[in-house]
Design a protein around this ligand. Structure first.
Ligand code: KG4
Ligand code: ZN
Length: 362
């Protein structure tokens, strides 16, 4: 299909309502014409985590607003679209349903093809949206709901080399922030506090490094921070700012150590011919982690790719782009497109145990 394609993309699988327009001429770099994200942080703040029912209702209320804004920002109308792409899973099912229903309505009303997108494919293909990265590459997806290594060999070719067996790292950052009285989302707060901390003061564990393979675990690390906090509180009657900084620095260093070593192994396991190590998901915003991963990539002799922060976190541009690549490859969905709470990208790998705060970690 040698043509320029313009797609509207919708995202509503967690706590960000997104709509975006992406255009790509065949063989050229894609262009983001608009990318609207309506966050729900204030709605969930009082609950210390995402409440699925509140999220679903907010998506249903805001998704059409996001679509209108995305089209207006792009200076286009539905008539200018070649298809409508929508996250059809995995995620919090009420939100996914809100997006899928909206996309079906738009597609049916405007006579456009519909393309169901796996949210994880959206993250996985982002380095192609931002930098036109050629296949194959290794992707480390690290967010509040996901943690996995994927060998990305094509638009629909994913091999899962390992992942978390319990919490996702973003979830661990958020829990550690809560333990220490820092604001949510915890990642930026913990990273900020860690800047003035001593990473060596607390000897936190490096979970699963003693085991072969690329699987990871973060829940024990969070418990180790809890114990250290309680020991300090018992000994001195509370925490000083320097204690918080040291706890954050120690925790962040442990996460970075574990992710760096497992990434080194995943690069070796991904086989020859890899073009790059790419990182995506909200935790990829972490500067300390980025530096470590860049070092691992350099040591393995592959390029390192980290998308700009606003495209690392959940957004609809990645869904529009993944939909565009799938559409070009021939994917079309009907009005029977299902919303799926779980949807592993690599169906050949065994399912993961556990379910994240923000939905299933497929
Ligand atoms: O990808 P994302 O926006 O949403 C999903 O979870 O799908 O990722 C959000 C997660 C939160 O857990 C947040 O604490 C974490 O990414 N995060 C960070 C940083 N910025 C965001 N974690 C560590 N360091 C950061 N600078
Ligand atoms: Zn995500």
């Amino acid at each position: 299909m040698a043509q320029t394609l313009t797609l509207l993309g919708l995202e509503s699988s967690c706590d960000d309502t997104g709509a975006a327009v992406v255009r790509q001429a065949q063989g050229a770099r894609a262009e983001i014409l608009s990318n609207v994200v309506i966050g729900q942080e204030t709605l969930h703040a009082a609950f210390g985590g995402v409440v699925p029912e509140i999220a679903a209702r907010a998506h249903a209320e805001k998704i059409d607003v996001a679509v209108e804004r995305a089209l207006a920002d792009a200076g286009l109308t539905l008539r200018d679209m070649d298809a409508v792409a929508v996250t059809a899973g995995p995620g919090l099912i009420g939100g996914v349903l809100a997006g899928v229903m909206c996309a079906k309505g738009l597609a049916a009303g405007a006579g456009l093809p519909l393309v169901g997108v796996n949210h994880l494919a959206g993250h996985a293909l982002t380095p192609r949206l931002t930098d036109g990265l050629p296949f194959p590459y290794l992707l480390l997806l690290v967010s509040g709901g996901h943690c996995q290594f994927l060998r990305v060999g094509g638009v629909d070719d994913y091999i899962r080399l390992g992942g978390t067996i319990d919490d996702a790292p973003g979830e661990a950052f958020d829990k550690v922030a809560r333990l220490l009285g820092l604001p949510q989302p915890g990642g930026p707060a913990v990273e900020g506090a860690a800047r003035s901390g001593d990473p060596a003061r607390f000897a936190f564990p490096r979970p699963m490094l003693d085991r072969p393979g690329c699987d990871l675990s973060f829940s024990g690390l969070k418990t180790a921070v809890l114990r250290a906090r309680d020991r300090l509180a018992a000994a001195q009657g509370g925490l000083y700012a320097a204690d918080r900084a040291d706890l954050c620095a120690g925790f962040q260093a442990a996460v970075a150590d574990v992710l760096a070593e497992k990434t080194r192994r995943a690069l070796a396991a991904a086989g020859p011919g890899l073009r790059a190590l790419a990182v995506a998901g909200g935790v990829a915003a972490n500067g300390a982690l980025r530096d470590r991963l860049a070092g691992v990539a350099a040591a393995a002799g592959v390029a390192f790719n980290a998308p700009p922060l606003r495209l690392c976190t959940d957004n609809a541009a990645m869904i529009a782009f993944a939909g565009l690549e799938s559409f070009r490859a021939g994917q079309r969905d009907g009005m029977d497109l299902a919303a799926r709470p779980r949807w592993p990208l690599d169906t050949a790998s065994p399912a993961l145990v556990g379910s994240g705060r923000k939905g299933p970690k497929s």
